[in-house]
Design a protein around this ligand. Sequence first.
Ligand code: DX5
Ligand code: ZN
Length: 222
Amino acid sequence: MSPRAPIIAPSILSADFARLGEEAKAIEAAGANWLHVDVMDGHFVPNITIGPQVVKALRPHASIPFDVHLMIAPVDPYLEAFRESGADHLLVHPEAGPHLNRTLRHIRQLGAKAGVVFDPSTPPEIIEWMMDDIDIILVMTVNPGFGGQSFMPSQLGKIARLRAMIDASGRDIVLEVDGGVTPQTARLCVEAGATALVAGAAVFKDGPDRYGANIAALRGGG
Ligand code: DX5
Ligand code: ZN
């Protein structure tokens, strides 16, 4: 069986932060499907990155969906600000708020796609009773906080389990993987059932002239 080519979502975290607008434009021109934006608060994760103002500034530079990964706690007070800044998908960690289902419904009320993020230690069962309220599942294959870390093969079983849960639900939920994705690990993720891949280091390495080839290699075509 040959799986379909995955959605590729380059992580802006690995871009040149002094030229973010140009980087977003170059990534779209290179064939990226989504732009993954890693938001970190120095509290939920040990790193600080960008806030809604930067998302807003980036928005006019690309027309592909903004896949906004919120690594902030509490997360609920900031959903509206990120949506208004131009986020199309809002992805939250269940550990970042007291009522995951309420958070997911709020995201949809704001008109965005709602995503749940699994830390390496978060069990798949937590979403068993809320499949109807989820558009995207994001499995982390590193501990959140930094780009350029090594892929954790222990998470492949979780990807497969979530694939089975999605199939059983009959719902059209994207299964996305984030962390240490390279052409080699991308293949393992897709074989386990992933339909979207985030990649920072593997896309942005070697400069803008290589973005297209790097993206193609992740899709399995380069
Ligand atoms: C980690 C972030 C990832 C990361 C991916 O907390 O959520 O999106 O930037 O970067 P690579 O692909 O370099 O592991
Ligand atoms: Zn991310």
